[in-house]
Design a protein around this ligand. Structure first.
Ligand code: SF4
Length: 318
């Protein structure tokens, strides 16, 4: 944690102790694979500061280590993220290897990369392997989305959603799931999930003829490019205080770090993708996937930082 964070709000671990709580791992069910920090966009809210200028990509040897790690375990889901995972030429191989294991797959995409970068028959593989697509779409407002993600991104996102619908995604009958993730444009909490989902469904259906399954709303993480923006715009103190004051102990049982491990592009492990961004290793002890055993994760203490307040504010980030 930076010294600036320490001045703003109490340590997250101190708040847990004060509340008589602890954050320990439960059964490991999800392996999240960060294929790298290369992205076709450079979004203002990105906690990983991913973008076109980054070079970090997971290589094939590490991908094979990931597959070895998850096979023959209780891990049910492989959750693929980035950067834009489509920018890693090894994505098709990973998808095929995970499909052979019979594990559920999630592809987290920014929509425009799926639209622009489909060099490895990704869309065909999504359908063949029945991959859940979880797509980020901050807003239904074109100017807000383009302001946060870059000019022209809103229209590309709409085109990508239409293509996914054409493939059967978002149609309850097809079983091909298309979920959306929305985050606020600035230093405030997201609107309630249920009403936002209803509004997105209505507007997308009426204005664009687009359907999807579920929408998740999340607070922006005070890390990476969003942290820089908060500091430059003078919003950092106020944002952290708002998250701290919103601490809700009821969110703890559902936190993703209890059941998920995040694998960084170089094979090092983290309790979640946010800890990866903050460079806080799994359980505060650097561990490479080549030497890790999923059966040893149960009851291990989760490493925490001040950013964890974004997961525990209000109804939480699970
Ligand atoms: S950032 Fe959230 S998911 Fe990650 S360790 Fe903290 S509470 Fe858990």
């Amino acid at each position: 944690m930076s010294s600036e964070n320490a001045h703003t709000v109490p340590d997250f671990s101190a708040t847990l102790s004060f509340e008589g709580l602890e954050l320990k791992r439960d059964k490991l069910t999800t392996c999240q694979v960060n294929l790298g920090l290369v992205c076709n966009q450079a979004c203002r809210h990105c906690h990983l500061s991913a973008g076109p200028g980054r070079k970090e990509l997971m290589d094939l040897a590490t991908i094979r280590q990931v597959v070895n790690f998850v096979k023959d375990t209780d891990i049910t889901t492989v959750d693929i993220t980035g950067g834009a995972p489509e920018m890693n030429p090894n994505l098709p191989e990973l998808m095929d290897l995970v499909a052979e294991l019979g594990k559920k797959m999630i592809l987290r995409c920014n929509l425009s990369a799926l639209y622009d970068q489909d060099t490895g028959n990704i869309q065909e593989r999504l359908v063949r392997h029945r991959v859940n697509v979880t797509a980020s779409l901050p807003s239904m407002n074109k100017n807000q989305t383009d302001g946060q993600r870059g000019d022209g991104i809103f229209n590309k996102s709409m085109d990508a959603l239409k293509r996914l619908n054409d493939l059967g995604y978002g149609d309850p009958e097809s079983g091909l799931e298309l979920d959306l993730v929305s985050n606020p444009a600035g230093a405030f909490m997201p609107s309630p999930q249920a009403s936002t989902e209803k509004r997105f469904k209505q507007i997308l259906r009426e204005k664009q003829g687009i359907g999807f399954n579920r929408l998740f709303t999340f607070a922006n993480m005070p890390l990476g490019r969003f942290e820089n923006w908060l500091k430059k715009s003078g919003n950092y103190e106020g944002y952290m205080t708002m998250l701290y004051k919103g601490f809700n102990p009821c969110t703890l049982p559902g936190l993703m770090c209890r059941n998920l491990v995040s694998v960084g592009w170089n094979g090092y492990l983290y309790d979640c993708d946010f800890n990866l961004a903050a460079d806080i290793p799994l359980g505060n002890s650097p561990t490479h996937i080549s030497t890790a055993a999923p059966e040893n994760f149960l009851n291990r203490e989760v490493a925490v930082g001040t950013h964890c307040y974004a997961c525990t504010a209000g109804s939480g980030f699970t």
